[in-house]
Design a protein. Structure first.
Lengths: 373, 505
């Protein structure tokens, strides 16, 4: 090989080697799939000097992602050993991709997964592509998030009296029936009239805009989104809140109001006000199931079932400290409204109960969903 | 007015300027390196934003977003690789210019066009946000479907003389876009049980495969460097800048179109530059034959639109929380992390200082970005004279990284290679490729909007006034461009026939 220091037209070898070197860091950047440490250090504190990977099954910038990024720095403080907590976005397949990936990681206590409603409903209702098993996971903590159902003003949604006598067909619009079917079914039971469902909107902002435009009559949205954008319209009198999906109270065995929008009744309460009797039937079991998976378990931090005990204990304690950290909780409340935090075993109990209710009513739900296929 | 000046002086607060420069630098690098693009950079910077003062955080995030639309031109012009989705149309004429040894000219024109476009975009944000709400609200699902259809109709303008092939190419793109799981019905299309395919084909591997792979392949096969001529001939960057200023009308049209189209939710960034490119290529009066072969106007138009859309896309993002694209979505997340409220309040006078901060950020970012890019032009354009054996490996690595870095899935690489094969064949047999991308990008939204329109209104939506209005615009544009071509061709045939007859008579 002849040595040439100058190639065509004065572009020296130096430039080329610079290019080559410049491309190497590219290959290395963001290649953070494997945790930097694959074995925990022996020592008193499990997480000392470690990095925890927090897998978020959504793209960067969405509501869940923002929540995770808000919590991460506080978690670093509160988990004994002050590990680094790194958020890893793994979007795809409607949370399947991210949770699948979480399930595939070594159960060494160095990876946590953040599950939302679909993470719990998909294994029962839409198992295709689900490669994880909830039985292999154990819950660390759950942060509630709720959903508010609201409608356009002037349609007779303002009071139970008016609801009782609605004659026209109402149009409910949403993103995906699998996530929202409980709300639609409850709504249909309450209103007693025809409620058509249209799905395929892109998100909470789109459905709200569609409502304001008059394309939809009723829609629903996550509570943080509602508090962010919709309350303005409510103040202006353009939009009327109807009901909340609500939280499930295990002790009371029923769905109760969302602490961040305490003035809005649950569907159960609304039904009673409109019909003068308690609601009953499969619809309301489904309501409870969705309250658990969608609201109570709205943001559920999970660890591998086989992770070392000391890791799990350290994590649960960390979340407990996080719950007691008023600075964090205030910050969270500003972002999303009041949140209820549950820890460890309580969450596991809810996961089981939610799963039980879903499985028992699976046929009923699938039949309801069939309308929208 | 004083509010504007006050917001401007605040921009020069040292801390804010520093973060702006950081954002701009990251944006430059992200745009420069093919395929890294806006979203990755935003995601990286997003973690830094937590706890920042809104103005500072915005300076950084927007600084980044605004500049990638300028710096992505390098890869497009010099290597024929789309730096971001927005620079695809720039390749059409920018790359041929580079092949003629005129990379500097193309770059200079592109950067100045980008700057002007960015300024127009920023200005339109300030001007229109107070009044945009009712306009945006006027566009329901049926109207959004018509807009998407307008974008699809642009395929006709990009047919490069082969309308049948263009149509098939576009339809195939739409077919590709149907692959995947449909969220709102749970239906699986063409997924074959492979979980990778649940989300369908990703845009980046597709775009890279269809544009970059054929170019690299032809470089290697023909064993030429990008620029065929050996000498560093051709005009300087400044000549390119001057050229832009000689087409003020074009710049104005492209920037206006770019920012206004971006202001309407549903059109999407990847298509705006195609629409502007297509209408320019077919719409200009003189010398249309060179489009696709190195007409500088084919660089100026999409680059102006590209940057202008960064400003326009913020209108629905701020007013309704509806992100115009992936970068806007991440920006919204950044806003949330900083405690910034978006919503109809943005149209009110009390939000004006905030809006103006954004506007000035866009302005400054565009200026800084352009200066940096111009400075980098001459040294970087020498890359076009490298022999393929030197440059091709780098391009190939960059192309693989570009496809992989989006979601780190092996399937993306497979997609890129398969589509690459398709792209090579299409290039070889002269099937136009832009229609495929357009069909792909617009297929899913078009179906979605149509589905919603039909579910909600049955067939009644067709008689809505705005729908009819947009249909009329589509008809006019098509007639004025493609129709005119046909008429002229027809006339030419007639004249030739006549002269033949008179010749033989």
């Amino acid at each position: 090989m002849t040595s040439r220091t100058v190639l065509h037209n004065g572009v020296s070898r130096k430039v080329l080697s610079l290019l080559a070197v410049a491309s190497l860091p590219l290959a290395g950047c963001q290649g953070g799939e494997d945790g930097a440490d694959s074995s925990a250090t022996e020592g008193d504190v499990f997480y000392e000097g470690e990095t925890i990977e927090l897998i978020v099954p959504f793209g960067a910038g969405g509501g869940t992602d923002v929540f995770a990024r808000l919590a991460a720095p506080y978690l670093e403080e509160h988990i004994e050993g002050s590990p680094e907590v790194v958020v890893q976005n793994v979007p795809g397949g409607g949370t399947r991709e991210g949770i699948n990936q979480f399930a595939r990681q070594d159960p060494d206590g160095l990876t946590i997964g953040l599950l939302t409603a679909s993470g719990f409903t998909n294994p029962v209702l839409a198992p295709e592509g689900v490669e994880y098993d909830l039985e292999d996971m154990t819950a660390l903590a759950s942060f509630s998030s709720g959903f508010v159902v609201y409608g356009a003003a002037g349609l007779g949604l303002e009071s139970p009296d008016q609801l009782r006598s609605i004659a026209d067909t109402l149009i409910y619009g949403g993103v995906s029936p699998a996530t929202e079917i409980a709300r639609l079914l409850s709504l249909r039971d309450v209103v007693d009239g025809q409620v058509d469902g249209i799905f395929g909107f892109d998100g909470g902002a789109e459905v709200t805009t569609a409502l304001v435009q008059g394309e939809l009559d009723i829609t629903s949205r996550s509570t943080p989104g509602y508090l962010d954008d919709v309350t303005e319209y409510v103040e202006d009198g353009e939009i009327v809140p109807l009901a909340v999906q609500g939280m499930y109270d295990v002790n009371a065995g029923e769905v109760v109001r969302d602490p961040s929008v305490p003035d809005v009744p649950t569907f159960g309460e609304l039904y009673e006000e409109v019909h003068g009797a308690s609601p009953s039937g499969s619809v309301w079991d489904v309501n409870a199931a969705y309250a658990i998976t969608g609201s109570n378990l709205g943001r559920a931090f999970m660890a591998h079932g086989e992770a070392p005990d000391e890791a799990r204990e350290a994590l649960v304690s960390g979340f407990e400290a996080l719950r007691d950290d008023t600075a964090f909780m205030n910050e969270l409340a500003e972002q999303e409204g009041e949140t209820t935090v549950l820890l460890g075993d309580e969450v596991d109990a809810l996961v089981s109960e939610g799963r039980r209710l879903l499985e028992e009513n699976e046929a009923f739900i699938q039949e309801a969903l069939a309308e929208f296929e | 007015m004083e509010v504007a000046m006050e917001a401007l002086t605040q921009m020069f607060g040292a801390e804010r300027l520093l973060w702006l420069v950081l954002g701009v630098t990251v944006g430059l690098i992200m745009g420069l390196i093919p395929g890294l693009g806006g979203v990755t950079g935003m995601a990286v910077l997003l973690s830094l934003v937590f706890g920042m003062e809104p103005e500072t955080g915005i300076a950084m995030l927007l600084g980044m977003a605004a500049v990638t639309a300028t710096s992505d031109t390098f890869a497009a012009v010099m290597l024929g690789i789309p730096g971001t989705a927005g620079s695809q149309a720039t390749i059409m004429d920018g790359y041929p210019l580079a092949k003629q040894g005129q990379a500097n000219l193309a770059l200079g024109a592109a950067f100045s066009a980008s700057l002007l476009g960015g300024l127009v975009g920023a200005a339109s944000l300030a001007v229109f946000i107070p009044v945009a709400a009712p306009v945006v609200l006027a566009f329901g699902s049926p109207e959004l479907f018509m807009l998407t259809f307008f974008g699809l109709a642009m395929v006709a303008l990009l047919s490069q003389g082969a309308p049948g092939k263009a149509l098939i190419s576009g339809l195939f793109g739409m077919l590709l876009s149907t692959m995947g799981m449909v969220q709102h019905t749970g239906a699986h299309r063409f997924t074959g049980g492979i979980s990778y395919l649940f989300d369908g084909v990703s845009l980046v591997p597709l775009a890279v495969g269809i544009f970059a792979i054929p170019e690299v392949t032809s470089l290697l096969v023909q064993r030429t460097s990008v620029a065929h001529r050996a000498q560093v001939s051709g005009s300087s960057v400044f000549a390119g800048i001057r050229t832009t200023f000689r087409h003020p009308g074009l710049v104005l049209y492209s920037s206006a179109a770019g920012s206004l189209l971006a202001a309407l939710p549903g059109v999407g960034g990847a298509v705006i530059d195609w629409i502007v490119y297509g209408t320019t290529a077919k719409g200009v009066r003189k010398n249309r034959e060179n489009f696709g072969r190195g007409d500088i106007r084919g660089v100026i138009a999409p680059e102006s639109a590209n940057n202008a859309k960064e400003g326009g896309t913020l209108i629905p993002t701020l007013l309704f929380g509806i992100p115009g694209g992936a970068t806007a979505a991440v920006l919204l997340g950044g806003f949330a992390l900083m405690g910034v409220q978006t919503g109809p309040r943005m149209a009110q006078p009390e939000s004006l200082p905030f809006v103006l901060t954004i506007v000035w950020t866009l302005v400054l970012a565009n200026v800084l970005g352009t200066l940096a890019c111009v400075a980098l032009s001459t040294p970087l354009s020498r890359l076009t004279f490298l022999p393929p054996a030197s440059i091709a490996p780098f391009i190939i690595v960059a192309v693989f990284i570009a496809s992989y870095q989006e979601s780190f899935r092996f399937g993306d690489l497979v997609t890129m290679l398969l589509i690459g094969v398709l792209g090579v064949m299409m290039k070889e047999f002269d099937w136009p490729r832009p229609p495929l991308i357009i069909g792909f990008v617009l297929g899913a939204p078009a179906e979605n909007y149509l589905w919603r329109s039909m579910s909600r209104y049955g067939l009644d939506w067709i008689s809505r006034p705005t729908v009819i209005g947009i249909a009329a615009v589509i008809a006019v544009v098509l007639l004025a461009t493609v129709g005119r071509d046909r008429v002229r061709a027809f006339q030419r045939l007639g004249r030739e026939a006549a002269s033949e007859r008179s010749g033989t008579a």
